[in-house]
Design a protein around this ligand. Structure first.
Ligand code: FEO
Length: 384
């Protein structure tokens, strides 16, 4: 077993069988369900794992504890990727005490209708003494569910951060943190920036040496990088100066406009330009890119008097996650009634601090000489 410190051991599992995380997110490199064991006078298990991995996980516990019994399982989050093996754990160790907050136990009874467990209900700043180690509980509602709490181990300054600071990707796959951590964060908690900011304020008062999240790698070095990323993402600030061009094209005319714009931007030395065809991309990645960059160009056709289906889903994904504080340019195409600009502005009507780049470029079916000039001008405006 992998030791985080002498007394804190990783007992989680990697899932490479999963097709969609949370029933919607592609995870080509799998996902890890992290769980930890604190081996002190009192033995504590931090969260469980997806039920498909319960036996592997119980074997990990036995490898560490041998014939000893765990005293507590701390349930920081009741989403089944972390809680579904509670019943298996209680079956194996009937004397164990489940530690959670009031909301945890309401959810526990919903997921496990007939379960009978020893319970210890904790609230904000309550402490559980384990021997040399002690856990202080920090409520983190809506990061990602209402019952979420984090646990701070005081003697070794370890923050067990629940879903926060996690990323997609199993732990036996090497991958840099930022992009998949952003796609994960924006996807699952992007809507709850205010709540994440509240927890970051609480975390700011703690000395933290190590962050142990429920997914992805244990974070030990350069913690500022991860804390800063969460600060930027949860306050909806752009992370990178650059342009995302997201487009929908049916017969290639809108795509042609996108290619002209991309070329012009790159010729004018703006290299941070990414282009995504919304019908042929993982929309969770494109949504993550929209939150990364400070500028979004939407290029698209009109369909049934409204947005093309993938553009519609993309826009709803942005709005749902409180997209704001960005520059938006629009290239709309229609053979008889181009509607992209009108429909996009309706979607973003309640989004804060959206600055539209004027003028909107209008293509009638195919690109005219005038359109080429307008696109060149747009590239100059975006560079300014
Ligand atoms: Fe990893 Fe919100 O569960």
């Amino acid at each position: 077993m992998n030791k985080i410190t002498n007394d804190i051991i990783y007992i989680g599992v990697n899932d490479h069988q999963i097709d969609l995380f949370e029933g919607q997110y592609l995870v080509p490199k799998g996902i890890s369900y992290n769980s930890y064991l604190i081996n002190d006078e009192k033995k504590v298990i931090m969260d469980t794992v997806d039920v498909g991995f319960a036996q592997e996980w119980l074997a990990n516990i036995k490898e560490v504890l041998k014939r000893e019994q765990p005293d507590y399982v701390v349930v920081q989050h009741m989403e089944p990727d972390h809680s579904a093996s509670i019943a298996e754990l209680v079956k194996e160790y009937p004397n164990i005490t489940v530690v959670g907050n009031a909301k945890t136990f309401t959810m526990l009874k919903q997921f496990f209708k007939d379960i009978k467990v020893n319970q210890q209900v904790v609230s904000e700043n309550d402490t559980l003494i384990l021997g040399k180690h002690s856990l202080k509980f920090i409520m983190a509602p809506m990061v990602h569910w209402p019952e979420v709490m984090m646990s701070y181990e005081e003697s070794e300054q370890i923050l067990f951060s629940a879903d926060a600071f996690g990323k997609f990707g199993a732990l036996d796959v090497e991958e840099e943190w930022q992009n998949e951590a952003r796609r994960y964060y924006i996807g699952i908690v992007g809507k709850y920036g205010v709540q994440v900011q509240n927890v970051l304020k609480k975390a700011a008062s703690l000395a933290i040496k190590t962050i142990c999240p429920l997914h992805g790698p244990i974070l030990k070095d350069n913690l500022e990088k991860y804390l800063n990323a969460y600060q930027v993402w949860s306050s909806y600030q752009p992370e990178t100066k650059g342009v995302l061009i997201a487009y929908s094209s049916i017969y290639g005319h809108t795509k042609k406009a996108v290619e002209i714009l991309e070329k012009a931007l790159k010729q004018n030395s703006l290299n941070d330009v990414v282009v995504r065809d919304l019908a042929r991309s993982d929309l969770s990645e494109v949504i993550s890119l929209a939150f990364q960059y400070d500028t979004l160009v939407l290029a698209g056709v009109t369909y049934n008097g409204g947005l093309f289906p993938h553009m519609n889903t993309f826009m709803e994904g942005l709005v749902e996650r409180n997209y704001q504080k960005r520059k938006v340019a629009i290239i709309e195409n229609g053979t008889w009634a181009p509607m992209l600009a009108k429909k996009v502005m309706e979607k973003l009507a309640n989004s804060k601090e959206i600055t539209y780049v004027e003028p909107i470029i209008k293509i009638n079916a195919s690109i005219s000489e005038q359109n080429v000039q307008e696109i060149e001008n747009l590239s100059k405006q975006l560079l300014d």
